[in-house]
Write a protein that binds this ligand. Structure first.
Ligand SMILES: C[S@@+](CC[C@H](N)C(=O)[O-])C[C@H]1O[C@@H](n2cnc3c(N)ncnc32)[C@H](O)[C@@H]1O
Length: 452
């Protein structure tokens, strides 16, 4: 289909796509800002909407700002970098309100002004770069990020402005090292080759940096060469680890980890506590805004010294551990074993003895163990993007905690779950969007429910 049309962009959709109208139907476009007229090619015509690709912008919006990044447009990250940051914030704010109104059925939802992230670059403490076989590339491979909309194409990163400059320097050094050592790069189609990913975890408060080299199965044979290559550009790297992943699924996760240099972890400082972060442990990925997110949560939930806190989907226990000194006791629940091990390790590291961590599925925990562990006066829940299962929400409602703090990385599933809490007699009292991901479509929300 090759139909060229002119469309005026009216809005940005929740997934970051631009929205316009044509022949009485909604059109979702890959680019464009509200107020702009664009020439676009219709790609798909569905019953209720069309999709289109922008060919050129006919009248640019005054909101368009010069993207800082040379890879903008090619790179799959930072799709909103050409929209002034203040406008990005306005769109995110509107989307949270829109989800609560349209998906949650709330009239005038109590959404407070979004908390911006400052600075809006250099905030990422975790980055994953992929190795990719490419006969068009100078050395027959690339090391970088995914092209926009392409899971099967990687471009060579020169500079990424989301992590620190240290990370960029090491990417260049490792690319050069792999080239001179002639290490075979993993081929995602053939499942042959060795080098798969280069992952970074940086602790902003302490300046510690972990470098994780993920390969196909097989030991790392040139430990000294890799350490020399990395430390020649950053002598302050804290630790280097090697993870082996023989699975076909293309994820930067190791089944077998070997520490090549340093202790195998970095320590981050957050609101007066220390947290050990390893290559495969979950930790909020915005190194400048995480303390704001948690402080917003604590200010929103208003914990009391007599509270018994249940921290659902607790990951490495960060929320429960930071709350431990404000409440009488904490129980954290999380299904991933290494995260629970890290939570216990972090509790010991901070000499916290009123927090306990349970490994298991939240639903099973609420059904089987919560009756003997409870009652809980306050519950914090921080589920993955899919939100909470309706039965988990139902179980939680049956325990009738006075206050529920909800941290969400997906306003649409949050709106759905919020409706269920409210229909069961809770009041949605506060919703605070916190921008954890500038220049991307992602939105984080902190909310408080009170039992009526
Ligand atoms: C958004 S993270 C929460 C992280 C944590 N609260 C923090 O601030 O660092 C969601 C966590 O839920 C866990 N998870 C997902 N489904 C789960 C389930 N059904 N039961 C228990 N934990 C689950 C994931 O492993 C992940 O660690």
């Amino acid at each position: 289909m090759d139909r060229l049309v002119e469309i005026e962009i009216k809005d940005l959709a929740f997934d970051g796509k631009a929205v316009g109208h044509l022949d009485g139907k909604v059109v979702f476009l890959n680019a464009g800002l509200p107020g702009e007229r664009v020439e676009a090619r219709i790609l798909k015509q569905k019953k209720r909407f069309n999709t289109a690709k922008v060919i050129r912008i006919l009248t640019p919006s005054p909101e368009r700002s010069e993207p800082r990044c040379q890879h903008f447009g090619v790179c799959g990250g930072c799709a909103w970098q050409d929209l002034a940051y203040e406008r990005q914030l306005e769109h995110k704010q509107r989307q949270v309100v829109g989800c609560l109104e349209h998906l949650g059925g709330f009239e005038n939802p109590p959404v407070e002004p979004i908390v911006p992230c400052r600075p809006e670059f250099g905030y990422r403490n975790k980055m994953e770069f992929s190795f990719h076989v490419d006969s068009d590339a100078d050395y027959g491979f690339r090391l970088g990020l995914h092209e926009r909309g392409r899971w099967d194409r990687i471009f060579d990163i020169e500079t990424c402005h989301l992590p620190s400059a240290r990370v960029n320097r090491i990417v260049h050094a490792v690319r050069e090292y792999v080239r001179t050592a002639d290490l075979p790069v993993y081929d995602v189609n053939e499942h042959t080759g060795y080098m798969r990913f280069l992952v970074f975890r940086e602790a902003f408060a302490t300046g510690e940096l972990l470098v994780n080299v993920v390969t196909n199965t097989g030991p790392w044979s040139d430990r000294d060469g890799l350490i020399a290559a990395i430390c020649s550009v950053d002598p302050n790297v804290t630790t280097i680890v090697h993870n082996e992943n023989g699975q076909k699924s293309n994820v930067a996760f190791g089944e077998q980890e070997t520490v090549l240099y340093g202790p195998g972890y970095v320590e981050e400082g957050l609101l007066g506590q220390r947290f050990r972060i390893r290559a495969n442990s979950f930790f909020q990925t915005n190194g400048v805004q995480t303390s704001t997110l948690y402080e917003t949560l604590f200010a929103t939930v208003e914990m009391q010294p007599s509270d018994r806190l249940l921290d659902l989907y607790c990951g490495t226990g960060t929320i429960g551990l930071l709350a431990a000194s404000r409440v009488a006791s904490v129980i954290g629940v999380e299904e991933v074993e290494p995260a629970i091990v890290a939570a216990r390790e972090n509790a010991a590291l901070n000499a916290i003895d009123n927090a306990r961590f349970v490994r298991g599925d939240c639903r099973a925990y609420l059904r089987e163990q919560a009756p003997s562990d409870g009652p809980f006066s306050v519950v914090v829940t921080d589920p993955p993007r899919a939100g909470m299962h309706p039965r988990v929400v139902q179980r939680l409602i049956e325990y009738a905690p006075e206050r529920i703090g909800y941290v969400s990385c997906n306003p649409s599933t949050f709106a759905r779950d919020a409706r269920q809490f409210v229909d069961a007699g809770y009041a949605l009292e506060r919703v605070v969007p916190v921008d954890m991901f500038p220049h991307t479509k992602h939105i984080e929300v902190v909310a408080r429910f009170i039992r009526n």
